[in-house]
Design a protein around this ligand. Sequence first.
Ligand SMILES: [Ca+2]
Ligand SMILES: [Ca+2]
Length: 580
Amino acid sequence: MHPFATRPTLLACAALFTCGAAHAAAGIEVNQLGFLPSAQKLAIVPAADDAAARFAVVDAASGKAVYEGKLGPAATWDASGERVRVADFSGLRTAGRYRIAVAGQPDSPVFAIGATPYRDLDAGAIRAYTLQRAGVALDARIAGPYARALGHPDDKVFVHASAASAKRPEGTVISSPKGWYDAGDYNKYIVNSGITTYTLLAAYEHFPAWFDKLALNLPESGNGVPDLLNEVLWNLDWMATMQDPDDGGVYHKLTNKTFDGMVMPDKATGPRYVVQKTTAAALDFAAVMATASRVLAPFDAKAPGRSQRYLAAAEAAWRWAVKNPAELYRQPPDIKTGTYGDDKIDDEFSWAASELYIATGKDEYRARALTNAPAAPAAQTAPGWNAVRPLGWISLAQQRARLPKPGDADQAQRQILAAADKLLAHWQASPARLSMAKSDFVWGSNAVVLNQAMMLVQAYRITHKADYLNAAQSALDYTLGRNPLGLSYVTGFGARPAMHPHHRPSEADGIAAPLPGWLVGGPNPGQQDIRDCPAGTRYPSSQPALSYLDLACSYASNEVAINWNAPLVYVAAALQSLEH
Ligand SMILES: [Ca+2]
Ligand SMILES: [Ca+2]
């Protein structure tokens, strides 16, 4: 769940779209970007009583059928209430541009089969972070039409009463610049930076050949560090400033007292505060810094001593957390922004211990690194910002060769496979061929399915069993148009992308198109934002997979967030690297 309780309502319904439009039939649903030649290729076809039992794939230019097949049996997907059939055209491996055709139904959007269907997507999803950088002006050379003035320099940030210490009393001014704005708002949160920054570092660690070639046109491009890591360093530089040098504790967030209005960054000028040191922040910080010390070590020549500093910072944060194991976040009365509160932090201890065990081999970390946190739900199959135990398993499995007891990686692999097998079972049984259960449609559901895909990719990397990768492909397909609304949930990508994310720069910049490369939160039957949307706004349906509004007021289904984009970066890179 994305933790924003209240949002200002500032947008009226625009003339070009209606508030609460009825759910328009999506028609034939397909990944609107396309597929690598070897990938499993599925489309979802509405099952009408009189519909044909066969489908064709037609060349987009000539209209000529190049592949024909039989539709799978009709079944009702419990998350949408709709009857659907699967069209499997995996046998088509010829590069080209195509549509799916079924007699009596409109053709699908055009998609491609080719070598790099997700290259621009992956680059765009990373560049979304570049355009989300705090404390820097973005010129047209980097940002094109999205150039903007500097906002939130954060060089004079006040220590809030909740964070006061003897050496840094309330009102002490510190400098805490850079980092990424968290989401649709302009605040910066350590806990959510934790899973985000880790996932991007893991993407590089697992698929370096892909990212070494992926040019992103960043301000730092050409400096000898891969661009993905350059982007990650922008946030690591900020995270490092959030540690109190006097005791190793880490501030939970850097924030305004209340959310900024729907304005550009340079128009948001209120005072900023660092708020309460928490155990979760210290542990997420420790895990990320230990991971960064490992992944960035090959590039230390560019910044001598950086990896050692990161590791020292990680161990200092860990020691603070051990001394302060129950400092849970409690929102002070004068602070109204996101909380990222998490009262179950055994998983944070295990994740941080996992990364520190890999980094140091010390026994003091090993026991907690191998604990399957009892606070985690038994059925937890994928990570989330407040459920980070799987991240430690991923690192332990990846870093077998570094472990003093390499057999410890076996336990990590077993945990990954147990989770992935649950997801695979859902995928196999689902009429929509999705790893998501109906109950997975929560706030940020699009990231739930992509975090599930990240776990499936781990299982594939361990076993090379094709169905794990096929299920991950289905997850990406879903977010790129193979869903009952027929939308690409990534701004700027696909034939019918989301257009009105809850995202301050996208709303305030005077440009019709939203900033590109953002995964929107996605369908969420909680519909918690409806009272904050213009009067008369209605969701198209109460069905989980249809509970989505492409309106800027819809923070519960259409916000963007750094932690949601990270598994998109990961999964796009994985499919580009593992399919061929
Ligand atoms: Ca937790
Ligand atoms: Ca805009």
